[in-house]
Design a protein around this ligand. Structure first.
Ligand SMILES: [Zn+2]
Length: 208
C-alpha cells in the first residue's frame, strides 16, 4: 500500500505519463488495469486527499458485505457500520470517539442516510469528522450545541471529486441541516430534524 503510494509520488516527480499514473491509481483502488485513463491525476490527488482525511476512506479496501444483524465491533476501524461507512470514519481512528448508548442509534441513523447520499452521488465519500464527545468537540473548537456531540452530524467530501460541486448537488437534496464548508474541504450534514436525505432542500443552512 505505502509502496504503491511512494511509487506514485516518484512517478509524479519524474513526470510520468497519464497511463502510468492511472494504472497506479487503479491498483490502489483494487481495480484491474485499463488501457486509457480518464483524469488520472485528479483521481490520484483525490486518493491522497482521502488518505489525509481518513485512511479508512477507500471503499475497495474495506471488507465486503455488511450484515446489519451482526453486532458492530467498535474496536475495529475497518468494521462496517452500514453499507458504505466504517467505524474508523465515525471515530476518526480515535478510541475516545467510540459512541456508546443512545449515541450509537444516532450514528447508525445518519449512516443509513449517508448510504443514500453515497448511492445517489455514485462515487465514494470521505469523512473528516463524525461523532465528537463533548470534551473533544470543545478541544477542536466545535460549537457548544454542535450536532456532532449527538452523533448524527458528519463532515463529508467527495473522494476524487470537486467539493463545491458536491456541496451544490447535496444542498438541493439534503432535507435536513447543512453547513456550506466546501471552502474548508467538507460539507456538514446533520439530522437535527430527523429527515436526512429526501431529495429536497432543508430549512437550516449556514456558511462556515
Ligand atoms: Zn460538522
Amino acid at each position: 500500500m505505502s509502496n504503491l503510494k511512494e511509487a506514485a509520488i516518484n512517478l509524479i516527480a519524474r513526470k510520468a505519463t497519464d497511463i502510468q499514473l492511472d494504472d497506479i491509481v487503479r491498483q490502489l483502488q483494487g481495480l484491474p488495469p485499463r488501457p486509457e485513463g480518464d483524469e488520472p491525476l485528479k483521481k490520484l490527488f483525490g486518493y491522497i486527499e482521502a488518505e489525509k482525511g481518513s485512511s479508512a476512506a477507500i471503499e475497495s479496501q474495506r471488507p465486503s458485505g455488511y450484515d446489519p444483524t451482526q453486532p458492530i465491533d467498535w474496536s475495529n476501524n475497518n468494521a462496517k457500520i452500514s453499507k458504505y461507512f466504517t467505524v474508523g470514519e465515525v471515530t476518526q481512528q480515535d478510541p475516545r470517539r467510540i459512541p456508546k448508548g443512545d449515541v450509537i442509534k444516532q450514528v447508525l441513523k445518519l449512516a443509513l442516510e449517508l448510504d443514500k447520499v453515497r448511492e445517489a452521488w455514485g462515487k465514494p465519500l470521505g469523512v473528516t469528522s463524525w461523532y465528537r464527545p463533548e470534551a473533544i468537540n470543545f478541544a477542536v473548537g466545535g460549537s457548544t450545541y454542535s450536532q456532532h456531540i449527538q452523533g448524527h452530524a458528519a463532515d463529508i467530501y467527495p473522494i476524487g471529486g470537486d467539493t463545491y460541486e458536491f456541496q451544490d448537488w447535496l444542498d438541493s437534496r439534503w432535507g435536513d441541516a447543512l453547513g456550506y464548508g466546501a471552502a474548508r474541504g467538507f460539507v456538514h450534514v446533520d439530522m437535527r430534524d430527523g429527515v436526512g436525505f429526501n431529495g429536497q432542500y432543508g430549512s437550516v443552512r449556514w456558511n462556515y
